[in-house]
Design a protein around this ligand. Structure first.
Ligand code: PEP
Ligand code: MG
Length: 896
């Protein structure tokens, strides 16, 4: 008989059908609940409906696969047996929670329903059973509210309004003042809202409720906020979500009950202290929603915050001790920091979730290094634990401690880092202004998953409400956005034109600076300082360097950038774009003179002005890089970037060159190209005007001789010719460069090695690399142009329509960000192979933007190139990514 697909996996009471390795099938939450149950930890019994059901649901026009109903029914009965209750029973009603749980964690993006199974009848049973009528009806009204919002799509504001009005009429301030009878009245009101809106009553059949909730969870996999989250985190839609159905445990059963969330270490700093929050007499969603301010988990944290409300350690010492033991057990088991949800029901601890906790880059580093030093991880495992992208957060500046500052506001230090921007109050506007290139700080009372696009667009986030585990805090940390939350004094005016703090007004559009590590907001732009790169960072990078095979170089042309690159561990310069050395005003005039010169004589006059500038720039670069290789690319200016546009610019060139302004204008007009990226650039310029490359070769070699003499160090220039398509281009230009180089060496009576190589930026060059390698001593893949020319996709214009391609899944990634392995990558492999066939020791590297992108680096490691080169700030990212790629490859996991 053919094996039937199993749709449902049970867990609880010391055993489980699944385990942590089954996260693809059971989702992260389900797999970890199963694992915890098997470990014998106190997990309320339940079952997981697999992600395959979600896929089947969508493939089958939102219908369930055959056999699912029976499996759910059997599993549900099993849960009832485990707790001595029965679903729908009026005297011993089993209540369940229904939660989503995808393969990758998507906090707050999908739907949850608690207390499911309550009806007008079963609520009476619950009241009797618990001996607490108030609790039973509080649970029922919570259920109606949540179920109506999530499943029936009745706007939750209607319920909130009802409750507020009721409390006002009865002079109540807190929900805890409400009695059982009060809740009964509110419930009648709630049911009326549902009836009026839907034209049918609130469902009283627990079975109907259950399937409604299951379908809503599957449905929420494709809601807008989940879609956005998936896009931002590269989570494929095909993965689907699992559904977890679990016996309810109650944190809202009075003063001996509570609910909380915790991290086994501080997710912000990585410090090895339990870290979390809890609320007495509350249900799970109350903590995350940020409506009531939670209490600290530990005495230590409470004292650090000078909080008066007792910590869990003090208020519930027995449950706390049990929880602490579970923390240690889970950390050792998973060998990672855990993010945990728990509930205490009448002093008994229940574990509702564990997962590897999200953390800031700083915390990720510290935790990886600490776990290694605690003996839980090897150095190589520690290297694999830090996401290279996240280093970005650490490599950016923090506030200059000596700079004067004018504090406007203080709140919780929810996500570290400094950000400067203008104040905006809503997410759509934040996104719009960011698209216009403005830096914005999003200021909100609180954030919800609907704000995800605004938070992503903003440089930083400030909220008035919510604790360290509120939506704003969790999401901001995940995105690496500095965030200050729970700034209680912040009042946002209804008009959303300004906010006030203690009488002080800050208007929309005003610039503020936030310090997420200190939880402070300052008026104006406060100067920032560079990050400290020693400590844990240095250790982990050292471990990464020890396993890395590929070298990491930087793309840099100024001495400043070269210094930053060296500080960040670059092992040479992989690309010095010489045309970028001319961006300053006095220099660009000389370049324009050269480009616009009518004849060789005019060009030579301009070149004579440029030579000393170039020489001294190169000297400085060689000095900074003291002995490390420096690849200097000869001029490659797409003409449109350099031609003068305005009359003033023409006038400047006329003055400097003595040429007639009108003639200059005509010449600029003549040089105008329709498609400059495929125009007179790269080596084509050298073919037309070889004296340009000769001047540059002279400047490079004279600088090399001077610095070699001055420092006694080895200087190895690598002279690179761009945009070669045919070997003949290179043959001709290399001959010119060699002639100048030999002449300079002779003039200086110096011996010095230099290389001449080429960029591979055109498909033709890649396909004929064996020919080209006869002249080229190295190849550097210019993957920006190679992507442009392979796809026939303009670097300058494609941003306008690429989003359509991404949205419709034609491209999974922007090919200018992450290397296309199948097309561009195939060309790289062909070129590398052919190049090596001709010249076995040919040096191979990549210097397009992809050189700093971890996924592209993984490909480059797989293709066996010698180095990657990227912008200076990305050098550490590349070092770590190259180490991880090497480790993955040696474990057989390479994608190339
Ligand atoms: C490239 O094309 O990848 C490259 C590095 O050169 P540029 O970006 O200067 O064209
Ligand atoms: Mg290029």
């Amino acid at each position: 008989m053919k094996n039937k697909t199993k749709w449902v996996y049970s867990f609880g009471a010391g055993s489980a059908e699944g385990d942590a390795s089954m996260r693809n099938l059971l989702g992260g939450k389900g797999a970890n609940l199963a694992e915890m149950a098997s470990l014998g930890l106190p997990v309320p019994p339940g079952f997981t409906i697999t992600t395959e059901v979600c896929s089947a649901f969508y493939e089958n026009d939102r219908n369930h696969p055959a056999g699912l109903a029976e499996e759910v029914s059997t599993a549900l009965a099993k849960v009832g047996d485990a707790v001595g209750m029965k679903f729908g029973d009026t005297s011993k009603p089993l209540l369940v929670s229904v939660r989503s749980g995808a393969r990758a964690s998507m906090p707050g993006m999908m739907d949850t329903v608690l207390n499911l199974g309550l009806t007008d009848e079963t609520v009476k049973g619950l009241a009797k059973l618990s001996g607490d009528e108030r609790f039973a009806y509080d649970s029922y009204r919570r259920f109606i509210q949540m179920y109506s919002d999530v499943v029936l799509e009745v706007d939750h504001h209607s319920f909130e309004e009802q409750l507020e009005t009721y409390k006002e009429e009865h002079d109540y301030f807190l929900d805890t003042e409400m009695t059982a009878d009060d809740w009964k009245s509110v419930i009648d009101g709630y049911k009326k809202v549902v009836g009026d809106e839907l034209g049918r009553p609130f469902p009283q059949d627990p079975e109907e409720q259950l399937w409604g909730a299951i379908n809503a969870v599957f449905g929420s996999w494709r809601n807008d906020r989940a879609d956005t989250y998936r896009r931002l985190h590269n989570i494929p839609e095909s993965w689907g979500t699992a559904v977890n159905v679990q016996a309810m445990v109650f944190g809202n059963m009075g003063e001996t009950s509570a609910t909380g969330v915790a991290f086994t270490r501080d997710p912000s700093t990585g410090d090895n202290h339990y870290y979390g929050e809890f609320l007495i007499n509350a249900q799970g969603e109350d903590v995350v929603a940020g409506i009531r301010t939670p209490q600290a988990l530990t005495k230590r944290a409470r004292e650090a915050m000078s909080d008066d409300a007792p910590s869990m350690e003090e208020a519930m010492p027995k449950a706390y001790a049990e929880l602490a033991a579970v923390f240690d057990r889970l950390e050792k088991h998973y060998r990672d920091m855990q993010d945990i949800e728990f509930t205490i029901q009448n002093e008994k601890l229940w574990m509702l979730q564990t997962r590897n906790g999200k953390r800031t880059a700083k915390a990720a580093l510290k935790i990886a290094v600490d776990l290694c030093e605690e003996g839980l991880l090897t150095q190589e495992e520690a290297v694999m634990r830090v996401d290279p992208h996240s280093l970005d957060q650490l490599l950016h500046p923090s506030l200059d401690p000596d700079a004067p500052r004018d504090q406007v506001l203080s709140g919780l230090p929810a996500s570290p880092g400094a950000a400067v921007g203008e104040v905006v109050f809503n997410s759509d506007e934040a996104e719009r202004l960011a698209q216009e290139g403005k830096a914005v700080i999003l200021v909100r009372v609180e954030t919800s998953p609907e704000d995800i696009h605004g938070m992503h667009a903003a440089k930083g986030i400030v909220t008035a409400r919510g604790g360290m585990t509120s939506h704003a805090a969790v999401v901001a940390r995940g995105m690496g956005r500095p965030c200050v939350c729970g700034a209680g004094d912040l009042k946002i005016d209804k008009s959303e034109e300004f906010f006030t703090v203690a009488g002080r007004q800050v208007k929309k559009g005003e610039t503020v600076t936030i310090d997420g590590a200190a939880g402070r907001v300052y008026a104006g732009a406060v100067p920032t300082v560079q990050p400290e790169l020693s400590g844990d960072f240095g250790k982990l990078m050292g471990w990464a360097d020890a396993v890395r095979r590929m070298k990491v170089r930087a793309n840099a042309e100024t001495p400043h950038d070269a210094r930053v690159a060296r500080d960040f561990g670059a092992e040479g310069i992989g690309l010095c774009r010489t045309e970028h050395m001319f961006f300053e005003t006095d220099r660009i005039i000389a370049v324009r003179e050269m480009i616009l010169a009518e004849d060789k004589k005019g060009r030579e006059a301009a070149l004579a002005k440029l030579l000393p500038m170039q020489r001294s720039d190169f000297e400085e670069l060689f000095r900074v890089m003291s002995g490390l290789p420096v690849t200097i690319r000869l001029l490659d200016p797409p003409l449109h970037e350099f031609l003068p546009h305005s009359d003033d610019e023409i006038e400047e060139v006329a003055k400097s060159s003595g040429m007639d302004a009108q003639k200059l204008k005509d010449r600029a007009h003549k040089l105008h190209e329709f498609n400059p990226m495929l125009g007179h650039r790269g080596c084509r310029l050298g073919v037309s005007y070889p004296e340009i490359y000769e001047m540059q070769a002279r400047a490079i070699m004279e600088a090399a001789c001077a610095v070699a003499k001055e420092t006694g160090e080895k200087v190895t220039p690598e002279i690179m010719i761009p945009l070669v398509a045919k070997r003949e281009e290179l043959t001709m230009l290399k001959a010119r460069v060699d002639a100048v180089a030999l002449a300079v060496l002779k003039e200086n009576n110096t011996k010095l090695d230099y290389l001449v190589g080429t960029m591979i930026e055109l498909p033709r060059a890649a396909l004929t690399a064996d020919e080209i390698a006869k002249d080229a001593e190295f190849f550097s893949f210019g993957t920006n142009d190679l992507t442009q020319t392979t796809f026939g996709l303009s670097r300058d214009d494609s941003a306008a329509f690429l989003p359509d391609y991404l949205r419709q899944g034609i491209f999974e990634r922007d090919p200018f960000v992450t290397l296309d392995p199948d097309g561009v990558g195939a060309l790289i492999k062909i070129a590398a192979e052919k190049g090596r066939a001709t010249r076995p020791d040919i040096k191979l590297g990549i210097c397009g933007e992809h050189g700093g992108d971890p996924d592209s680096i993984r490909f480059v490691e797989g293709a066996g190139l010698d180095y990657v080169s990227c912008s200076p700030y990305r050098t550490p990212i590349a070092r770590l990514a190259a180490a991880q790629a090497k480790l993955e490859k040696s474990q057989g996991g390479s994608t190339a």
